[in-house]
Design a protein around this ligand. Sequence first.
Ligand SMILES: *Cc1c(COP(=O)(O)O)cnc(C)c1O
Length: 426
Amino acid sequence: MKTESESLFEKAKKLIPGGVNSPVRAFRSVGGSPFFTKRANGCHLTTVDGQELIDYVCTWGPAIHGHNHPRIREAISNALEQGTSFGTPGPAEVEMAELITEVVPSVEKVRMCNSGTEATMSCIRLARGYTGKSKIIKFAGCYHGHVDSLLVKAGSGALTLGNPDSAGVPDSLARETIVLPYNDEQAVEDALLENKDEIAAIIIEPFPANCGLILPKPGYLEKLRSLCTANKVLLIFDEVMTGFRLGIGGVQERTGVTPDLTAMGKIIGGGLPVGALGGKTEIMDYLAPLGPVYQAGTLSGNPLAMAAGIESLRILKEENPYESMEKMGTMLAVGIIEIAKSHGIALQVPQAGSMLCFYFSESQVDNFDQAIACKHERFNTIFQKLLSSGVYLPPSSYETCFLSSQHNEEIISLTLEKIKSAFSSL
Ligand SMILES: *Cc1c(COP(=O)(O)O)cnc(C)c1O
């Protein structure tokens, strides 16, 4: 007998490429057939087959307050009364801009768009327009959405499916992208020297979280900042994932390193499709209609998305959940490490705040090459065991696990019990 999820997936595969609207959802790397979700509440998903799962994906980051938060639901519902899209400026856009510029240290002006991909794409165009230079430096394993010139040695689904270099990206564009290893200062110095006066920007996930979770070596981000300043290169932080998650002001607040431009998304949509780019006024004013760099969007600043995002940010400001999420994240990471140790299994669990990942490796992972060298089949075994016992980890060892403010001590303890029995089967 097929489950409801299996039947839906069969049908979906006939209608949608791979049966999914975003590749990692297809479970290709962990194997098996994906479940379909009927509803989501707090830290739980309920599948169409009636299984309840503790969710460590949190819709890939946005659900920092857990799913279906009553205040966000109410905000959307109130906005809905006024209409779904205006195509003119609306008051919520001003409030959103006010909130973002208030909490993100480097952002003086902000432009809303509809996804993280749009945000990084526009950051790149703006950096090129502003500097008059065309080459970009990115880092292996960093994922910046599916932007042509950034889909070179990318992380996330591209990496999970074994094609970090996508077909369909012209060589001429890929040649404008220089890919360097993360955490290697010398490589950046060398590239800047070799491409003198040609580099428009360095784009980076300051804490790369799309090939597991890699943490910067002490001084690394600071060094990038000073190299960029010295070479008149813009530093772009892609904080689509880390923004509003590793502190309300993201990594830039956590580390004190200030980028020139920031790409944002995920949490600022409160579960609706949103992205944003922001930075210094002088640079942001290069965007149309003031400046020569074109950027636009029919649904940008959509009133429903603004309502959801604003409420999400308001709750973050009021509740300041970061310390307690950090505590829960540490409890989970430490617990997992202990379990692995007691089974004699080599495992690294890098953790920052409410994010962590599993690296089945003897030693600390500092870059992309080390991340891909981990024993990923071990993760897949754990993933399947946990899924059947009611815990949903991201369906790829290259994705980060997310906690929400609803993942309390009781939920973490329960999760650790289940992880313990999953490890017994390794
Ligand atoms: C998710 C993500 C993106 C892409 O955002 P979308 O909304 O999926 O287009 C870009 N950069 C980072 C770091 C991300 O995690």
